[in-house]
Design a protein around this ligand. Structure first.
Ligand SMILES: [Zn+2]
Length: 193
């Protein structure tokens, strides 16, 4: 009998990981098949990896967007994990391996379901510009938002939101104008953040 090598675990065990730690690791490992099925969507999520301000070539999915290398690396790592946690218990490096596996699964989970890091900035930007930017017609608003809030919209998006009552024009003549911060708020909401 000896002690489990996992950090902060003193359970006695015959191997390098105690039963509880093996079970915990198994729970993490069991999430991997789902991660592996979802990660390709992150790796090749071209629409979101398109550089801000890139020329709209209307090339759609054929644009030469970079793939998400972090996601690709995680997928490669996760594919090396044995589906049975018990196989690691006899390895003298089991504690370190278990730590790594958990780290990979957590990172993959963040990439798949977590908020995109950009959203934090959007919130800040939205608060900063609120009240500072005047109402603008879509023709001005679209480039303004791209430059100042780093989001790409087109006039049609804005007109659709207005048509659905999500957005209210500030003035209607000679053309409708909208508050940039309101457009940002609707954009945020629509993206389901
Ligand atoms: Zn343990």
């Amino acid at each position: 009998m000896t002690e489990c090598t996992a950090e902060a675990c003193n359970q006695s065990t015959e191997q390098y990981l105690c039963n509880q730690c093996v079970q915990d690791l198994q729970a993490w490992i069991d999430k991997i098949p789902l991660m592996l099925s979802e990660l390709p969507g992150v790796i090749y999520r071209t629409a979101q990896t398109k550089p801000i301000g890139a020329q709209g070539s209307s090339g759609g999915a054929a644009d030469l967007s970079p793939i998400n290398l972090d996601a690709l690396q995680l997928k490669t790592n996760l594919e090396t994990v044995n589906p049975d946690a018990h196989t690691y218990a006899g390895d003298e490096h089991a504690a370190g391996i278990a730590w790594l596996i958990v780290d990979w699964v957590q990172k993959a989970d963040q990439l798949i379901s977590g908020p995109e890091p950009e959203w934090v900035d959007h919130q800040q930007i939205r608060e900063r510009i609120e009240g500072q930017a005047p109402p603008m017609p879509t023709r001005k608003l679209v480039p303004w938002l791209r430059q100042n809030a780093k989001i790409s919209l087109n006039g049609k998006d804005i007109r659709n939101w207005a048509a659905r009552g999500k957005l209210h024009p500030v003035t209607r003549t000679p053309q409708p104008t909208y508050w940039p911060h309101e457009v940002l708020a609707v954009h945020r909401e629509t993206k389901g953040d």
